[in-house]
Design a protein around this ligand. Structure first.
Ligand SMILES: [Zn+2]
Length: 93
């Protein structure tokens, strides 16, 4: 992989998951996780592209939690599959 290289504490964004369109092209699986209710779900990439456009980037973004009654913000995670662990769309820890 090598996509986790650090550069002064800032993680470089791999081109294959830089935008929603790139994620779609590379069949990247995306998951959303809420820190408030600990809920998580598989994100629907087609729906996100329909809403945000293919050039939208999930890096360092937060979304709304979909759990009823939860006002938390979710963090997005990605994996290229094949047993690779999910990694957060975060350039900083
Ligand atoms: Zn939540």
């Amino acid at each position: 992989m090598g996509g986790n290289r650090r550069n002064g504490g800032v993680r470089l964004i791999p081109a294959w998951c830089a935008t929603l369109g790139a994620c779609k092209a590379e069949a990247v699986a995306i998951r959303a996780r809420c820190d408030t209710c600990s809920g998580w779900w598989q994100a629907d990439l087609d729906r996100m592209i329909a809403g945000k456009g293919p050039a939208y980037s999930l890096w360092d973004r937060r979304g709304k939690c979909q759990t009823l009654g939860c006002k938390g913000r979710v963090l997005f995670l990605y994996t290229s599959g094949g047993g690779t662990p999910y990694r957060p769309f975060k350039t900083r820890d």
